[in-house]
Design a protein around this ligand. Structure first.
Ligand code: GDP
Length: 296
């Protein structure tokens, strides 16, 4: 197990109790530990650098109150700053638009996109009492379309019947029409993914966006992809102007650093986290909880 950042900082600051304010040397020592903790939490180096600078500015000269040690004081500054960068409050999916409200799911193959699509459908249908329609636009992989149909059935939500000769844009059009005429509240479009960023796929997804006019574009990212996830997030956001992120496999991501990298790279909120393979393993994202985990 890692020694928690709080413990490490406690050691650095031993004997400094009762000092009026933190000086630059105290803060430099603390920053080394903070940098290490963030890197261990798998936050990308670029984000670590920017973050440490920010914390340093706030920490030098900060008053040390009597009730806490300088170590605790720095931990609090880091915690507050993490929460600020992660987005302060939870950011739910926005359904405030004319029905059918369209959600476009994008991301690399294997990121958990189809699973997450079905999880969101289940949650909206059961908790929010919405009538949901699912459609897969992954025309290159019939198995992916079938997977969504099976998951839809499992969570009790309708899927658009599969017509194997249609293009993704044609399916998006048909889904919109079916969503409107069928009285659906929400339409979730699951797009094709590749194993890496690919220009042809991006162009196809942009064309789908233009037709579907989605209210939310949710990028699904695997929290375990670490440093690479930041490039993925930037590429998708650059082309599609995503509205939010769903981080998957957070159940296997011990320290939660991917959240900080994703948020810092795109400035877009993390809306939900996937915490397992089961259909109800989807949670709201709480910045303060992830900040606690990163700090250990
Ligand atoms: P897609 O190619 O992006 O559509 O990926 P899938 O939805 O098919 O997911 C790939 C694998 O990841 C499946 O075995 C899922 O069960 C699994 N998976 C998806 N989300 C999570 C998660 O939050 N936690 C865990 N442990 N597994 C997940």
């Amino acid at each position: 197990m890692f020694e928690s950042l709080s413990d490490r900082l406690g050691k650095i600051f031993e004997g400094l109790r009762g000092r009026g304010a933190l000086n630059a040397t105290d803060v430099d020592n603390a920053m080394r530990e903070i940098r290490r903790a963030l890197i261990e939490a798998d936050v990308s180096l670029e984000v670590v650098r920017a973050f440490v600078e920010q914390v340093k500015e706030r920490a030098v000269g900060a008053e040390v109150t009597r009730s806490v040690t300088p170590g605790q004081q720095v931990v609090k500054i880091v915690h507050d700053e993490l929460v600020a960068v992660l987005g302060d409050t939870a950011s739910p999916i926005d359904l405030n638009a004319r029905a059918p409200v369209t959600l476009l799911m994008v991301g690399l193959q294997g990121s958990g996109k189809t699973t997450t699509t079905a999880k969101i459908a289940k949650r909206l249908s059961e908790k929010n009492k919405k009538k949901v329609l699912l459609a897969s636009l992954d025309t290159r992989r019939p198995a992916a379309m079938e997977q969504l149909r099976v998951l839809g059935e499992q969570v009790g939500v309708d899927t658009l019947p599969i017509v194997s000769t249609e293009t993704p844009v044609e399916i998006a059009r048909r889904a919109e029409r079916e969503g409107r005429l069928g009285g659906y509240d929400v339409l979730i479009l699951d797009t094709a993914g590749r194993t890496h960023i690919d220009e042809e796929l991006m162009a196809e997804t942009v064309a789908i966006k233009d037709i579907a006019n989605p209210h939310e574009i949710l990028l699904v990212v695997d929290a375990l992809t670490g440093q690479d996830a930041i490039n993925v997030a930037r590429s998708f956001d650059g082309r599609l102007d995503i509205t939010g992120i769903v981080l998957t496999r957070v159940d296997g991501d011990g320290r939660g650093g991917a959240a900080l990298s994703m948020r810092a790279a795109t400035g877009k909120p993390i809306k939900l986290i996937g915490v397992g393979e089961k259909m109800d393993a989807l949670e709201d994202f709480h910045p303060s909880r992830i900040a606690d985990r990163i700090l250990g």
